[in-house]
Write a protein that binds this ligand. Structure first.
Ligand code: COA
Length: 338
């Protein structure tokens, strides 16, 4: 039997985030609006999740449209022309169509006609999965730059009669542009990804794929909606995000005290509080916007990163910890030196 190939990974050059952008649909749906359609209350939603309102995309506004608007802002900040983008990765679980990839529509919307474009499906961890792919793609020299986008139109996949799920999710998109780093202008220090497919049943959209194709005879089939075992997911989320955060800090050769800002996945304030407590990070150093947008899955960390950036919460040299968790189960973390 032949020996396995040597496992020394190829050197990659450091890369950095040159620009960020985000886009939220105009329509706001408050907890009080939901009180009118399901048996819930603003008090229950706020105290159990921290969510007060979420954005809902307009009819005809698809995931690719949200993604394109966020992407254009990120490119503008990076000072890169859309025509010069070489790689587009869209992280989403709510694609415009099963095929082609949403990234293909985005390529057309923004006019990045030379770019290679594809999607990543890793639920709420998707933006950080895309970040790691972009880090290697640009760091290896295969692509000069990469546009990564987390974008979701979850309102199309939520059962609006199920109070267990419909109060939690929202629509939106966030983007970042990855380029090679030159001395002193920031870089991605570490990125950690993980998956546990044994827990796939805890959070999924069972219908619409080859296992259970969409049936034109049953258009309102609930199998096409997002289904979740909330309590179980909660426990896994706290443990996996805590471990992912510790692994990213350690891989970067840092301690929790070095972290200027923690940007966690925005699913539930109680999950964030549990992680912050265990990591011994100051609560003031945690970026939270889930009260305004709810859980936007792959878009959540990307939107939060852009808001933190544009609000001046991150300065040159700061170490930012990003951590996410989602269906799969998947989890991911990254440390960025800004
Ligand atoms: N309004 C009012 N009551 C609700 C409700 C709502 N929107 N949703 C659920 N309830 C009820 C339940 O029916 C249950 O009633 P019962 O005790 O009579 O059966 C009660 O509230 C408690 O439900 P439970 O599921 O134990 O609540 P919880 O404190 O675990 O909170 C979640 C539920 C979903 C908010 C929480 O489990 C959670 O956030 N899980 C993780 C979700 C997540 O992060 N998903 C995405 C991962 S990326």
């Amino acid at each position: 039997m032949s020996e396995p190939a040597a496992s020394s990974p190829k050197e990659i050059i450091p890369v950095r985030i040159a620009g960020t952008g985000s886009y939220l649909p105009e329509r706001i749906m408050t907890n009080h609006d939901l009180e009118k359609s399901v048996d819930t209350s603003d008090e229950w939603i706020t105290s159990r999740t921290g969510i007060r309102e979420r954005r809902i995309a307009a009819e005809g506004e698809h995931t690719s449209h949200l993604a394109a608007k966020a992407a254009e802002k990120a490119l503008e900040q990076a000072g890169i022309d859309a025509a010069d983008v070489e790689l587009i990765i869209v992280a989403t679980i709510t694609p415009d169509t099963l095929t082609p990839a949403t990234a293909c529509y985005v390529q057309q919307h923004i006019g990045s006609l030379r770019a290679v474009a594809f999607d990543v499906s890793a639920a709420c961890s998707g933006f950080l999965y895309a970040l790691e792919l972009a880090r290697h793609s640009v760091g290896s020299g295969a692509f000069k730059n990469a546009l990564i986008i987390g974008a979701e139109k979850l309102s199309s996949f939520v059962d609006w009669t199920d109070r267990n799920t419909c109060v939690l999710f929202g629509d939106g998109a966030g983007a970042a542009v990855i380029v090679p780093s030159t001395n002193g202008d920031g870089r991605i220090l570490s990125c950690q990804l993980g998956t546990d497919g044994a827990q796939a049943e805890l959070l999924n959209i069972p219908g619409g794929g080859s296992a259970c194709p969409v049936s034109i005879d049953a258009p309102s089939d609930k199998l096409a909606f997002l289904a979740m075992q909330g309590r179980e997911v909660f426990k896994h989320a706290v443990n996996a995000m805590k471990k992912a955060a510790i692994d990213a800090i350690s891989a970067a050769g840092l301690t929790a005290k070095d972290i200027k800002l923690l940007i966690p996945h925005q699913a539930n304030l109680r999950i964030i509080d549990a992680i912050v407590e265990r990591l011994e990070i100051n609560r003031d150093d945690v970026f939270i916007n889930l009260d305004k947008y709810g859980n936007t899955s792959a878009a959540a960390v990307a939107i939060a990163l852009d808001e933190a950036n544009r609000q001046g919460r991150i300065e040159s040299g700061d170490k930012v910890l990003l951590v996410a968790f989602g269906a799969g189960l998947t989890w991911a973390s990254a440390i960025i030196e800004w």
